[in-house]
Ligand binder design. Structure first.
Ligand code: ZN
Ligand code: ZN
Length: 231
């Protein structure tokens, strides 16, 4: 897969990443419908407003552009990937990526709530007090660009293992969908264990959509606890 990605030309890689990101959105639409049938607590998958569709499509296009920028940085040597990582390095790099991105996203999210930035961009995401999986994709284009740029810049800081990058991207998608699905998809025991380990349960971000002064974290509750913004 890595060799195949390296061998593509620019036009092919643009097509690949647009299709991949579109597939992720289609997957989220399907996941929302499946969850509504499987979980009694899941909110019904109502039709999305036109504005929300346009914002979700713009997020897909921006995420595709960010992916292509990452590929260009990789091809030109600005971004190095460890293709021969040991199991220890894969676990270590995954943890480093989760904690680094978690901290950086917490800071970015606090900035997004500053009055000038909120009324300019982040308010769009907060128009949805009753969250649903697709809310993950509904954000101002500048916000999508900010989050994506942060990800590519983080990848240039160290030669992370390619497996850790893939695992992180899967975790990021799972946490994003779980944080917006409107119910807890976890069994009761896991819903108790996760907060004890400072891992964000879905309810943590639901609460942020109801009370915008608390719970800014994404993957963990660490930074909110330290900054006393946790509820
Ligand atoms: Zn927010
Ligand atoms: Zn949200």
């Amino acid at each position: 897969m890595v060799d195949w990605l390296w061998s593509l030309n620019l036009a092919q890689v643009v097509l690949f990443f647009v299709l991949l990101n579109a597939l992720i959105l289609v997957g989220a639409i399907a996941a929302e419908k499946i969850a509504a049938r499987l979980f009694a607590a899941a909110p019904p998958a109502k039709p999305l407003r036109v504005q929300a569709w346009l914002l979700a499509i713009s997020t897909v296009l921006i995420n595709s552009a960010i992916s292509v920028a990452g590929w260009l940085a990789w091809k030109s040597g600005f971004l190095l990937l460890n293709l021969n990582a040991t199991p220890f390095e894969i676990v270590r790099d995954t943890l480093v990526l989760v904690l680094t991105m978690d901290f950086a996203l917490y800071i970015l999210h606090r900035i997004a709530h500053a009055r000038w930035f909120y009324s300019w961009a982040h308010y769009l995401h907060h128009e949805y007090r009753e969250v649903r999986m697709l809310t993950l994709f509904v954000m101002h284009p500048l916000e999508a660009l900010g989050f994506g740029s942060l990800w590519v810049v983080t990848l240039t800081l160290f030669s992370f293992s390619v497996e850790a990058v893939v695992v992180f991207l899967q975790l990021n998608l799972w946490f994003g969908l779980a944080a917006h699905c409107g119910f807890s998809p976890y069994p009761a025991w896991l819903s108790k264990v996760l907060p004890a380990l400072s891992v964000s349960p879905p309810a943590f971000h639901f609460e942020h959509h109801r009370n915008e002064t608390v719970n800014f974290g994404f993957y963990t509750t660490i930074w909110d606890k330290l900054s006393k913004t946790s509820l």
